[in-house]
Design a binder for this molecule. Structure first.
Ligand code: ADE
Length: 243
């Protein structure tokens, strides 16, 4: 997978080359390029924004600069089946399911807006040429899309084959079965008077699986009742309902 990010703060994206993502780059599993939007300006001030039509506070990012940048980064669409992602608090929610869907894209191009956003015609224009997603990482407002890109890229890349050491880590994540994951423990057996739940040391795999499922159900009911309510009717069996 190739990932391109266009931003006015390229250094904000430096963490894309750290840790798990850095190793995925080194091993050739992903390719990452970060581009400075101002490279496509033509005036001395390298202006990327202008005041909004209709008035109001803040500035709107100019469509001409974004058009030149994205034409150049995306290239002829025929050569590069890319998806364009525009992070914005006004987008649809980013979820584990969307992260899974994006793993089948050969290219992801992220357009980071700042200020009051990007002139809407940029999204409207590229939506005629390629899949475009306006996506929010949560119901709060960040200063720009850069941090949202870090979040989304990390969520997608860890799902790519070969990136995680143990593929079960991704298969058994929170959300993969519609529930939050339950608690985890390691040595020592007792820490500050707190013991590890005995069932986890019993060697009874069926009992361990049942215990983990029960804790996942309990935690989800307590913290995210909306997730429980959204499960398909056949997702819970008799034993689950008894929790
Ligand atoms: N840009 C500003 N806030 C954002 C959010 N919550 N999600 C995605 N992009 C954003």
């Amino acid at each position: 997978m190739r990932i391109d990010v266009v931003t006015i703060f390229p250094s904000y994206l430096a963490p894309l080359r750290e840790a798990l993502l850095g190793r995925a780059i080194d091993r050739g599993l992903i390719e990452v390029a970060v581009h400075d939007l101002r490279d496509w300006t033509h005036d001395v001030h390298q202006a990327v924004d202008d005041s909004p039509y209709g008035g109001g506070p803040g500035m709107v990012m100019k469509p001409q600069v974004w058009g030149e940048a994205l034409d150049s980064v995306i290239g002829p669409v025929i050569d590069s089946p890319a998806r364009l992602v525009v992070p914005t608090p006004a987008g649809r929610p980013f979820t584990q399911q969307l992260a899974h869907e994006w793993t089948s894209a050969e290219r992801l191009v992220f357009a980071c807006g700042r200020y009051e956003g990007i002139d809407q015609r940029v999204v409207d224009h590229y939506a005629q040429r390629m899949p475009v997603d306006e996506v929010s990482i949560g119901d709060y407002v960040l200063v720009g899309g850069e941090v949202a890109v870090l979040v989304m890229v990390e969520a997608v890349v860890r799902l790519l084959p070969g990136v995680l050491g143990n593929p079960r880590s991704a298969a058994e994540d929170s959300f993969s079965d519609g529930l939050l994951e339950g608690p985890a423990y390691t040595r020592p057996e007792v820490w500050r008077d707190l013991p590890v739940p005995p069932v986890l040391r019993s060697g009874d795999h069926a009992a361990v699986d049942r215990w983990r499922r029960d804790r996942a159900l309990e935690r989800t009911a307590r913290l995210r009742p909306d997730l429980l309510a959204a499960l398909p009717p056949d997702a819970l069996d008799e034993a689950d309902r008894a929790v």
